[in-house]
Design a protein around this ligand. Structure first.
Ligand SMILES: Cc1cc2nc3c(=O)[nH]c(=O)nc-3n(C[C@H](O)[C@H](O)[C@H](O)COP(=O)(O)OP(=O)(O)OC[C@H]3O[C@@H](n4cnc5c(N)ncnc54)[C@H](O)[C@@H]3O)c2cc1C
Length: 409
């Protein structure tokens, strides 16, 4: 029975197609990714080695990421959730969810790039017309090009409709002005999906009047890197100074981009939560192993209840988060509304990973703080996941609103 089969109610059984994908992913990671990681040993073990002074990834590191992306696309994994008409395999959300948790349960490293993240195709790109699909979307699905989703600005993050970037019509062209920040993959993207206000809020309303443009790399000026300990070299500012864009660079309908982006929020939350579920599994496995081996006061530290209960609590939450993620993915496959579900899931899964990473640091004692063990990288990454794709507070607001609270916001 398929895990999204409704005939006999919900099934948590892994269907044979997904099982095969997960087995093939294991083989792919062992045969293709591990040798690349071995070549990049220093970079992966010491983050300072893989970056230039401003944070930019070194050419070797970047080339390895591009190789992973291309090989994964050739093997049919990279954007397998995209529909067949743009070159994907159209796998279900349940399968995509399971693939992400599976890949991330192997930890952080080059495997992070096996399945399309923010640099890859997202459903917003399916609004592309035929020419745009051929030039921009299909090469991204094939792993040949990469993109960036550019919404956040210095003045507008959670409150993104307050954006100040504008695009004005001038004959057949648009003139784009403004600045974006924290844009993932901005330093390396071939093109970006840039959100700009094309009609003032007073006329179009708060969520109307925002248009998405496909902007090629040679049209923007790259500003400072927005480095964080967990993702050095991955985010940066983009500046647009009187950039002229032909009319065929509008993605989707003029003035409707905000609504379109809202339609796809749930998938982003599912994907990030899936990463958190996989990574919580990874750090808990490693903490358990250490608790069994490390001895203090003549016994393994796992024999101390204060240590074992940290792992048990983490396991209970990771189990609950995983069940919640599967339920969200299944409901998405049934085309049911998941506004509240994916906020619950993203909030809970990322909190769970954060707590599990903190326990892993604690259980490893001094080694937990050491760069050699990598747990501080997890703690930083977990912290990051609680900000992106809607902060903790925004997820809780969404949940509260579904119950008739916060109506004035
Ligand atoms: C590593 C990283 C990668 C990113 N990648 C991208 C990207 O690819 N593309 C992109 O467009 N953006 C990206 N962002 C930006 C990200 O989406 C924003 O940082 C996020 O939405 C929060 O916005 P902000 O940082 O402006 O914080 P603010 O919106 O200023 O929020 C500050 C604090 O106020 C709280 N707050 C705000 N409003 C409310 C409210 N109504 N109720 C309660 N609390 C509230 C927030 O929860 C937060 O705690 C990225 C950010 C990071 C750190």
């Amino acid at each position: 029975m398929s895990s999204s089969d409704t005939e006999n109610g919900v099934s948590f059984e892994i269907d044979s197609e997904t099982e095969l994908i997960l087995e093939n992913l294991d083989r792919f990671i062992e045969q293709e990714i591990r040798p690349l990681e071995a070549d990049l040993d220093d970079v992966l073990e010491n983050p300072r080695v893989g970056h230039e002074d401003n944070g930019r990834l070194t050419d070797d590191y970047l080339a390895a990421i591009e190789t992973v992306r291309k090989k994964s696309a050739d093997a049919g994994f990279y954007a397998m959730n995209m529909p067949a008409e743009v070159g994907g395999s159209g796998v279900s959300n349940v399968t995509w969810y399971r693939a992400i948790t599976h890949v991330f349960s192997k930890g952080l490293g080059l495997n992070e790039h096996v399945l399309a993240g923010p640099e890859g195709p997202k459903p917003l790109l399916l609004l592309a017309d035929e020419d745009q699909r051929e030039t921009y979307v299909e090469p991204v699905v094939r792993g040949e090009k990469s993109t960036a989703f550019a919404q956040t600005e210095p003045v507008a993050g959670s409150d993104s409709p307050a954006m100040e970037t504008t695009a004005e019509k001038d004959g057949d062209e648009w003139i784009l002005n403004g600045q974006k920040q924290w844009i993932t993959n901005a330093p390396y993207a071939d093109f970006a999906q840039v959100f700009a206000r094309t009609t003032p809020q007073e006329e179009a309303g708060r969520y109307g009047g925002i248009t998405c443009f496909i902007v090629e790399r040679d049209k923007w000026e790259l500003g400072s890197f927005n480095n964080t300990p967990a993702a050095v070299g991955m985010q940066a500012e983009l500046r647009f100074d009187d950039v002229r864009l032909p009319a065929d660079r509008v993605l989707g309908d003029v003035g409707k981009a905000f609504y379109a982006a809202m339609d796809f929020l749930s998938l982003g939350r599912l994907e990030l939560g899936a990463q958190a579920v996989g990574l919580a599994d990874y750090v808990l496995d490693r903490a358990t192993e250490y608790a069994r081996e490390r001895e203090a006061f003549d016994r393994p530290i796992g024999d101390f209840q204060q240590i074992s209960s940290q792992i048990a609590r983490g396991r209970a939450k990771q189990y609950a988060a995983d069940s919640s993620g599967l339920r969200c993915a299944w409901k998405m496959d049934q085309d049911e509304s998941v506004v509240e579900d994916t906020s619950i899931f993203k909030w809970f899964a990322t909190q769970t990973y954060w707590e599990a990473a903190d326990s892993a640091v604690q259980i490893h004692g001094g080694n937990g703080l050491s760069e050699d063990y990598g747990f501080m990288e997890h703690l930083n990454y977990a912290r990051l996941l609680r900000i992106v794709e809607g902060t903790d507070e925004l997820q809780l607001n969404t949940i509260a609103k579904q119950h008739g609270l916060l109506e004035s916001q």
